[in-house]
Design a protein around this ligand. Structure first.
Ligand code: 3UK
Length: 535
């Protein structure tokens, strides 16, 4: 497999070039074997360590097993898998065979899976044993049932499925398959995999990505900005089914021959601390809620991972105080960056030597941005606008959804639905979703800004702000607040929080009502469901 060249000419963005015949799975794995690096560790998981040579063999067996089960090139299969080495093997084996894996979020409901399986027309599902009951409930709703391959996982509670004729054991088909498989002669533009992206309205959209997109994100973001190296050990608390986790735990480490740690369980503070202690990762990837809860819990003591050199945060904006507290406590920084399922990974990010907490940083070289006003014209520097992004990893389209495709993908440009300000120094500062903005007294208020202000109060764990009608029918901010353990909601605290926000922000932005909750309603990927709070 020819090597990639990322060429940088002064003033022009880096370009990654691909040969006409290109298979991403072969590119990510075979080059390390060809370079005599087959003995290096690609993955650590509960079953042990897995070298690049092992991974190559598993992926080849997987591709052959799919063919033996009648799955053909360009057909879709669904992966409903926890983070174990079976996930990269299934993903890479599919791509190698030209089969298109559809990555399913493991936290969804049977109803969601029924929709995604019928929308994608997946010919086969590879499911972790622990998730089989949810899949079964989904399959009950489908007129045409896909084949089901079941993978053993550390979370599997029973082996009862092994006695059922309709289920095939993944371990058994892999053992029976040949360990050699030449990569299918795909092109950089061939469809490689799908991810489902859920919006605030409508059904989730199958977001179609191409073979070239993986290496684009690896070269532009991971190598260019994150500066991942062969001696790194990556631990991403964000799982592989999420575009963020797929890059962190698969594309990025494999692109340079580094190692990744996979953990099948929920990333609780205790679990994160265990992995940190046991594997000493040099790169840790999380989401803001996790960084905040790690800081608030006693599990993760200072010095737990002496090799940690950098962490990344994405999914939602990292509050400034969280980044600062983390840096102080652990002596290494968090790089906040914004990415999306549509763009596959991060396209605006902070840098090792240039971190401004409270901002997403600068565009990742290779991506172009524009901030436009309501008239569709670029806004002046310092003014808020809708963010559009252009770059070589943008999804081709949404499957089976012409209307949403047209609304999001405009030639080379992708509409993010986010509102941003580019400040005097060129830092991009997130100011909320286009669809969550509030007009208060005729002036825009970003709920996010109010949430960050509340988050800076020492009693507050997290907060969500939505628009709420007052007696006059006018929209004003309302806050839902989750207090830190040990704090009690009182009227005095409510008054204190209001005064706190008034003093931090323009006074009209303060929440007129505060409701205390045990937890915020969130999507399976951890985003606050403001529509549920509005209801
Ligand atoms: C929001 C952020 C502020 C923003 C993702 C990294 O989150 C990812 O993908 P999704 O499709 O959501 C995309 C939307 O999430 N967002 C993400 N990161 C930030 N807002 N600051 C951030 N740092 O609204 C964006 O449009 O779930 C993140 C890599 C790959 C991803 N898919």
């Amino acid at each position: 497999m020819p090597d990639h060249r990322s060429e940088t000419h002064a003033g022009s963005p880096p370009r990654v070039s691909f040969p006409r015949c290109y298979n991403a799975a072969a590119d990510l794995v075979d080059r390390h074997l060809e370079a005599g690096q087959g003995d290096r560790v690609a993955y650590y998981d509960a079953s042990g360590r897995h070298t690049y040579a092992d991974l190559a063999e598993r992926a080849a067996r997987m591709g052959n097993a799919l063919s033996s089960l009648g799955v053909e090139r360009e057909q879709r299969i669904a992966l409903l898998l926890l983070d174990t080495v079976d996930f990269p093997a299934a993903f890479l084996g599919s791509l190698r065979a030209g089969v298109v894996p559809v990555l399913l979020n493991t936290l969804l409901t049977p109803k969601d899976y029924a929709y995604m399986l019928s929308d994608s027309r997946a010919a086969l599902v590879i499911v972790s044993d622990a998730l089989l009951p949810k899949l079964e409930a989904a399959l009950a709703e489908l007129p045409e049932k896909p084949r089901v391959l079941v993978a053993d996982s550390p979370l599997g509670e029973s082996d009862d499925w092994k006695a059922r004729a309709e289920y095939v054991s993944l371990a058994e088909v892999l053992a029976a398959a040949s360990p050699h498989l030449s990569p299918t002669s795909t092109t950089p533009d061939d469809v490689a995999f799908w991810l489902y992206s859920s919006g605030s309205t409508g059904a989730p959209k199958g977001t179609v990505h191409l073979h070239s997109h993986l290496m684009q994100t690896a070269v532009l973001y991971a190598q260019g900005v994150l500066q991942i190296r062969a001696d790194d050990v990556v631990y991403s608390a964000a799982k592989l089914f999420f575009a963020y986790g797929l890059g962190n735990s698969l594309t990025f480490p494999l692109s340079v021959g580094a190692s990744a740690v996979l953990s099948a369980g929920r990333p609780t503070p205790a679990e994160v601390a265990r992995v940190m202690r046991e594997y000493q990762p040099s790169i840790f990837c999380g989401v803001p809620t996790l960084f905040a809860s790690l800081l608030a819990s006693p599990e993760l003591e200072t010095g737990v991972s002496p090799k940690l050199r950098i962490s990344t945060s994405a999914g939602e904006a990292l509050p400034r105080h969280v980044g600062e507290a983390w840096s102080t406590r652990f002596g290494s920084h968090i790089l906040d960056g914004i990415g999306s399922t549509e763009m596959l990974h991060i396209f605006i990010s902070n840098r090792h030597d240039d971190i401004r907490y409270g901002s997403s940083g600068h565009p990742v070289p290779g991506y172009q941005l524009k901030l436009v006003g309501d008239d569709g014209e670029p806004v002046p520097r310092g003014e808020e606008g809708s963010l559009w992004v252009s770059g070589p990893s943008a999804a081709a389209f949404y499957w089976n959804n012409r209307e949403k495709s047209l609304a999001t993908f405009h030639g080379p440009w992708t509409r993010t639905g986010d509102r941003y300000v580019c400040d005097e120094d060129g830092y991009y500062v997130y100011s909320g979703r286009a669809d969550d903005m509030l007009k208060v007294g005729g002036i825009w208020v970003s709920p996010f800004e109010v949430e960050s202000a509340l988050g800076e109060h020492s009693s507050v764990l997290e907060a969500a702000v939505v628009g709420h009608e007052d007696a006059a029918g006018l929209t004003k901010p309302k806050a839902f607040v989750v207090l830190k353990p040990g704090q009690t909601p009182t009227e005095a605290l409510e008054a204190e929080l209001k005064a706190f926000v008034k003093q931090k922000l323009a006074p009209y932005k303060y929440p007129r009502w505060i409701e205390f909750l045990e937890e915020l309603p969130k999507t399976a990927t951890g985003k606050i469901q403001r529509y549920r709070l509005r209801a």
